[in-house]
Design a protein around this ligand. Structure first.
Ligand code: TTP
Ligand code: MG
Length: 380
């Protein structure tokens, strides 16, 4: 069977979300990243890239290159939420979706010729639905394997759509620098240059035994990629085993109220993560590390899967109360495991009402950041 892989990668992802949500930023150089002295650029809008601003560049350098830029620290909770929406759309196109990061994924669409007789048209549909339902632009690459599909989505960015037919792969690859190949970092690049290999075409044509002598077993994979061959399967995301959060305190905790406040804050973070990823779980585990580094964990498995903050908190609180804590506390953690897809069901009479409440809370958190809503108890 002929293999076909689609790679979807959002354009200037974080910056594009900011421009979507703040229309006065459209058309402006927007730079998202750490705004402190030692911060780095997470991403820049294409307007900002014209000034030479790039991901991972020190923020101070970005400010020098683009003084008129709009600099934002960004909102990761919202980026996660948008990512979830995009991945849900992709799941409508294929049961085999492998997310690579928040803004990119592979889809295996092999054997779907009856549903998608024209794969370029499939690419247009994917872009169209993301544009219409999320309001953002994706670049799409289509080819016979992961390597070529990812290359294809990159070659026409932004707002790209490129299908590389198998018979054209070698010609597309040949003039590219070897650094375009996955796994070719600075060291490998230098080693290859010593062999007179600078382009992918030269790598494809190089003597394999010589490459193996210099690069070891990696040479086999590299030369295969250089000739456009890549057998790696698209592996759909495995559901997470557990979702948890732990925190090390700057000074050890002794005071009961402070400990309870931290447990509640952790429970809220874990609950929010569970709900935003669409899971609930039956087992709650707490971890306590003392000043001496001695560490204990305590677990309880419930009758039903849960993902409400207050149930996680109550269970954690009970687990905490069951042990003596003879020392100051250096770290606290809460984890929920035995996960299953879906929300907490009607364990309580007012389950539906409370689910609606949590939905409201989560919407606000997605829009304004995780810290916007905290129980009054946490505001000290
Ligand atoms: P990328 O897809 O690499 O970049 P991008 O989507 O911003 O731009 P494009 O794909 O059009 O080139 O990364 C996706 C997001 O991941 C990006 O918006 C911000 C984040 N990111 C970082 O935080 N640090 C980084 O070094 C990189 C590369 C990305
Ligand atoms: Mg991207």
């Amino acid at each position: 069977m002929e293999r076909w892989v689609v790679h979807v990668d959002m354009d200037a992802f974080y910056a594009a979300i900011e421009q979507r949500d703040q229309p006065d930023l459209q058309g402006k150089p927007v730079i998202v990243g750490g705004l402190s002295n030692r911060g780095v650029v997470a991403t820049a809008s294409y307007e900002a890239r014209k000034f030479g601003v790039r991901s991972a560049m020190p923020m101070s350098e970005a400010r020098r290159r683009c003084p008129q830029g709009v600099f934002l620290s960004g909102n990761h909770a919202r980026y996660h939420e948008v990512s979830r929406q995009i991945m849900a759309i992709l799941a409508d196109f294929s049961p085999l979706v492998e997310p690579l990061s928040l803004d990119e994924a592979f889809l295996d669409v092999s054997g779907m010729e009856l549903i998608y007789p024209d794969l370029e048209d499939l690419g247009r549909q994917v872009k169209g639905r993301i544009k219409q339902e999320v309001g953002l632009i994706a670049s799409v690459g289509i080819a016979a394997n992961k390597f070529l599909a990812k290359l294809a989505s990159d070659l026409r960015k932004p707002d790209g759509l490129l299908l590389i037919p198998p018979e054209q792969a070698a010609a597309v690859l040949a003039p590219m620098p070897v650094s375009r190949i996955w796994g070719v970092g600075a060291a490998t690049q230098q080693e290859l240059r010593r062999l007179g290999v600078e382009t992918v075409g030269q790598l494809a044509a190089a003597d394999l035994s010589l490459l193996v002598k210099r690069l070891g077993n990696a040479a086999y994979t590299l030369q295969a990629l250089a000739t456009g061959q890549d057998e790696r399967p698209v592996v759909p995301e495995r559901p997470p085993q557990s979702i948890g959060k732990e925190l090390t305190f700057s000074t050890d905790l002794f005071v009961e109220d402070e400990i309870q406040a931290e447990l509640l804050s952790l429970a809220e973070k874990v609950g929010w993560r569970l709900r935003s990823l669409g899971y609930s779980g039956r087992t709650v585990t707490i971890k306590v590390r003392y000043a001496s580094f001695r560490t204990i964990t305590r677990s309880r498995t419930l009758a039903e899967a849960i993902n409400f903050d207050d149930v996680i908190y109550q269970t954690a609180q009970q687990l905490f109360a069951q042990s003596n804590h003879p020392e100051g506390i250096r770290l606290l953690g809460i984890t929920v495991s035995h996960l299953q897809p879906g929300d907490q069901l009607g364990l309580f009479d007012d389950g539906a009402k409370r689910r609606a409440l949590y939905q409201k809370v989560d919407e606000l958190k997605a829009r304004f950041g995780e810290d916007i809503i905290t129980k009054a108890k946490l505001i000290r």
